[in-house]
Design a protein around this ligand. Structure first.
Ligand SMILES: Cc1ncc(COP(=O)(O)O)c(C=O)c1O
Length: 440
């Protein structure tokens, strides 16, 4: 506990005893890293560098850089924004608390959080085991970029414990997956993966252990906390539902204490720094409204998914809130709010009826019709905004997978990804209904 919170109730004590939704709003107004106990809303720090009173103070700042105890008993000496600064530190503390992890390190976007985390865990000659269905740019990072630096990836179906066991070798340092996976929304049982990896780690020295890294972008810390289910690290894009309004890019890695320094070192040297103004938006606008926004999105998503599932032109709907969702049992176990409520999320994947070629043609006509005529649905990539977005993953977000691999992974030529926003469900359904009637 740092400080008394001078004149502002329990703000100085990290809100101990209060519930998570409340802590997402209030955070901690005073610590050894910042002192905003007299502000209702914290200020945005707007200086790229910091005045130092002596050379030895500057030296001290560089020496202390990356310590996991800064803000947790140790006071920082701020030097330069690329190292550390108070607005981002405030956000990092709320994110670590929300995900239930030791430390959070914020980044310029989700991809810089993912790439930095993998670089912190793996060196040349070491490898990653990943579930094959994932966001297209992560796939491109694993298959095109990291191999150039001697870090390779093998793919294994994380729903099959034996496949994970067989894929892990002496060089493996990371097991990586998204759940639910982008775009098909298949669920991976985090506890099951943790059991397999835990047994392998039990026979390894600490420095060779395999870390489980889960991308929690789709669910956010309000809809799922992978660390509580046995993951070591959570990575996420803040650009999506944490930001919530589609105006800032950001990313985060929530890591065990010992990875805080190495990860901040990578951020310092590779430079994927989150601007303080964006950190402020994520905290003041994004996190504080996340539980309310997600509850509304879930309500609308259920209604939209039910509508799509009942439509004859739609052959398949994947939404964790539907009773016949393939991974319903896993979803009900791990996709929960901190209050224990089932949170099936706001992403829907569906396919139009017909053989692959017919389905692909129908998809193009259907989405183009929406792009031209719909009021409440926009053709755009991204997700987690106030506005509902639709896209064709095979041609857009997942175009880094070749068509044959897409087919193998269930990314169907007629597959459509819908990211539900905050509109009235009746308007979204009405736009979908009109497009299905008129374009197919
Ligand atoms: C699951 C997932 N992870 C990571 C990212 C990358 O996030 P960003 O665009 O903030 O780099 C995305 C982007 O769509 C995503 O869908």
């Amino acid at each position: 506990m740092d400080g008394s919170g001078g004149g502002q109730g329990k703000g100085g004590d990290r809100g101990i005893g209060s519930r998570r939704a409340t802590r997402l709003i209030h955070g901690r107004s005073q610590s050894s890293m910042w002192e905003y106990s007299h502000h209702a809303i914290p200020p945005i720090t707007a200086s790229t560098t910091f005045r130092l009173s002596s050379v030895s103070r500057g030296q001290k700042g560089f020496l202390a850089f990356g310590s996991p105890d800064l803000g947790h008993g140790e006071s920082p000496t701020y030097i330069y924004d690329r190292l550390d600064e108070p607005t981002t530190s405030m956000l990092e503390e709320v994110l670590a608390d929300g995900e239930g992890g030791d430390r959070a390190v914020a980044f310029a976007c989700g991809m810089s959080a993912i790439s930095s985390t993998l670089m912190a865990c793996c060196s040349v000659g070491q490898s990653i085991v990943a579930h094959p269905v994932m966001y297209g740019c992560t796939y491109s990072l694993l298959t095109k970029q990291l191999p150039r630096f001697g870090i390779t990836t093998v793919f294994a179906d994380m729903r099959d414990p034996e496949a994970i066991r067989l894929a892990i070798t002496a060089d493996t340092r990371v097991v990586y997956f998204e759940t639910p996976a982008n775009p098909t929304l298949e669920c991976i049982d985090i506890q099951n993966v943790a059991t397999v990896v835990g047994a392998i780690n039990a026979a390894r020295p600490v420095e060779q252990r395999v870390r489980i890294v889960v991308d929690n972008t789709f669910q956010t810390l309000w809809g799922q906390r992978p660390i509580e289910s046995g993951a070591d690290i959570v990575v996420a894009s803040l650009t999506k539902n944490v930001g919530g309004f589609g105006v800032d890019m950001g990313g985060v890695a929530v890591v065990p204490r010992e990875l805080c320094g190495p990860l901040k070192g990578i951020r310092k040297d590779f430079g994927g720094v989150l601007p303080p103004a964006s950190a402020w938006d994520f905290q003041v606008y994004g996190l504080s409204t996340l539980p309310v926004r997600l509850a509304r999105q879930v309500q609308t998503s259920r209604a939209v998914a039910e509508f799509l599932a009942s439509h004859p032109a739609v052959s398949r709907v994947s939404y964790p809130g539907l009773p016949d969702y393939e991974f319903r049992e896993i979803a009900e176990k791990q996709m929960r709010t901190p209050e224990g409520e089932f949170c099936p999320g706001h992403m829907i994947y569906f396919e139009l009826a017909g053989d692959p070629e017919i389905s692909a043609n129908r998809r193009e006509r259907f989405i183009n019709y929406l792009a031209e005529h719909a009021y409440s649905i926009m053709l755009a990539v991204s997700l987690g905004m106030t506005k509902t977005l639709i896209e064709a993953p095979g041609l857009m977000t997942h175009s880094s997978f070749d068509p044959e691999t897409q087919m193998k992974l269930g990314i169907h030529p007629g597959g459509i990804r819908l990211a539900i926003g905050l509109e009235d469900a009746r308007d979204v359904i009405s736009d979908l209904s009109e497009a299905l009637e008129n374009s197919i």
